[in-house]
Design a binder for this molecule. Sequence first.
Ligand code: GRF
Length: 214
Amino acid sequence: MSLELVVLVSGSGTNLQAILDAVAQGTLDASLRLVVSNVAGVKALARAEAASVATCVLSHKQFGSRQQFDAALLEVVRGACAEPDRAIVVLAGFMRILTPTFLDAFPRRVVNIHPSLLPAFPGVDAQLQALQKGVRITGCTAHLVDAGTDTGPILAQAAVPVLDDDDRDRLAARILVQEHRLLPSVLQWIAEDRLRFDEQGRPRFSGVVPAFLA
Ligand code: GRF
């Protein structure tokens, strides 16, 4: 089953690029309906345009509340999809917290990529948090989005060692390599209809091990 995807971005869009590349290479059976940025002029928008994917800028600054922004976002996303009740929304460096106004329209269908092994180091600058804490292994997590900050059910993780001479940027770059593997893989497993939920609501993928070791 080919997935309908809408990708939300705020910045450089390297995870978006990984999705675009996987679709182009045929390793991800999906069609990108729309890329939405809450910030104008970001590189992610240029990446989408270069791949002939429709784009839209919806600045949160135009709205008086999170709920109003989310309602407008919902309309844009639903309008872009042929089957909005099956589409997957991907947060790829999207720097906004979404409220139930948006999330309730896509139950278990909003996927985020975060640069730590959750539940460690949620929120901003997870790589710096990991360095400061002195952990020897960190990584990235693909998870379903709930109304908390990086608290939703974990889909898959990739581990990355922390090296003695790492600074924030070196560590972030090595984590990004794994993000770019993990996120398209998770989306492909969803496209292959492997995703199920156990009695406790935890995601389970049939036939694959959703854990990568760098
Ligand atoms: C990534 O590290 C992602 O995990 C985090 O924000 C960063 C976005 O990078 N949520 P990019 O915009 O995909 O290059």
